[in-house]
Write a protein that binds this ligand. Structure first.
Ligand code: GTP
Ligand code: MG
Length: 327
């Protein structure tokens, strides 16, 4: 009986073949099992997949021995980690080069970048980490590249507005969709700890100085996702400010400043917390044990009287100043 495999199955199989870590292979195999047509013709294949899956789940964590360095493991630093994705020559390195001091390789030929290059972007009083990446194509991505996206806070899809927009969208979205990298509140995949695996993404339409006037509108029409779009040129600097503001907005973080009673607040080095965080979350971010001793706080900022007393459940706003009081 023929197996009659579907495009979704082939996508998941491609993901499995490109996966380099055990965790990623497990996810891809689970996806293959979820989408494989269930009938007599696939009985053997399904048994085979389940066998592979249980073997992988048994693999012990290796200790000692030769160390494998994963260049796509990017440790988080700063207030948020944003990783770029795009096809060859679309302008990724130029964006990271413009916004950070990272030593990126910008070239007028494709495949100039072959390893991730992180840089720190200063936005007002915080630092946001931006990572330049090797390009992807319909056929190829670097082994392990998916790991950088798996570990980030936000994915920036870079589209060269002066080139074939549809083709670039297809390549990047296909890469992200087939690995379940984009957030989808209803069907999102979860890891062992129950964390959602999908990431928020947005789209940068770059090289607008070279592109036809309607290219940016075309990008918004062609892309059927609920993304934010930024129109950019790293040559004329059009859109740089909008991009900076979007990066901060999409990371969905707030800055809060602390002060000691009777002293002025330190307005140079804020704590950054996920939007929706409370006074208690702030106390925990400062010191886990101290948080339990928190009695109340005084607050200066949005929606409160200056110096108002608030409880630990009070939800913080961006730029609030907080004085914590302990028992
Ligand atoms: N006119 C113009 N040229 C740009 C712009 N952004 C990038 N370029 C040029 O486009 C070429 C490719 O830019 P890169 O930033 O190296 O592209 P990339 O996406 O990093 O390329 P790969 O590393 O191959 O993936 C370079 O010649 C850049 O100078 C832009 O906004 N306007
Ligand atoms: Mg590059």
């Amino acid at each position: 009986m023929p197996a009659n495999l579907t495009p979704d199955y082939y996508k998941a199989e491609k993901w499995f073949k490109s996966a380099t870590t055990t965790e990623e292979k497990i996810l891809a195999l689970e996806e293959m099992l979820a989408v494989i047509p269930k009938h007599k013709g696939t009985d053997h294949m399904r048994a085979d997949l389940r066998k592979k899956l249980s073997k992988l789940k048994e693999v012990p964590v290796k200790k000692g021995g030769a160390k494998h360095v994963d260049i796509f493991y990017i440790p988080k630093s700063g207030a948020g980690l944003v990783v770029l994705i795009g096809t060859p020559n679309c302008g990724k390195s130029s964006i990271v080069g413009l916004l950070t001091n990272a030593k990126v390789n910008i070239a007028d030929f494709p495949y100039a970048t072959n390893a991730p290059v992180p840089g720190m972007f200063k936005f007002e009083d915080i630092q946001i980490e931006l990572v330049d990446m090797p390009p992807i194509t319909a056929e190829y991505s670097a082994p392990g590249q998916v790991g950088a996206y798996r570990n980030c806070d936000l994915i920036a899809i870079v589209i060269d507005l002066s080139s074939d927009i549809q083709e670039q969208l297809d390549v990047s979205l296909d890469f992200l969709d087939s690995r379940r990298l984009l957030i989808n509140e209803t069907t999102d995949t979860e890891d062992k700890q129950g964390n959602k695996l999908g990431k928020k993404a947005f789209c940068i339409g770059t090289k607008c100085d070279l592109a036809p006037d309607d290219a940016f509108e075309k990008l918004k029409l062609l892309c059927d996702r609920n993304f934010e779009f930024v129109k950019l040129s790293t040559k004329t600097l059009h859109g740089t400010e909008a991009l900076a503001k979007d990066l901060f907005k999409l990371l969905n973080i707030i800055r809060v400043y602390t002060k000691k009673p009777g002293k002025k607040a330190d307005m140079t080095d804020p704590f950054t917390l996920p939007a929706g965080s409370t006074i208690y979350d702030l106390a925990r971010a400062i010191h886990r044990e101290l948080a339990e001793k928190l009695k109340y706080a005084r607050i200066w900022g949005t929606g409160v009287h200056p110096g108002q007393n608030v409880q630990r459940t009070h939800i913080l706003c961006d730029k609030d100043v907080i004085e914590l009081h302990f028992s």
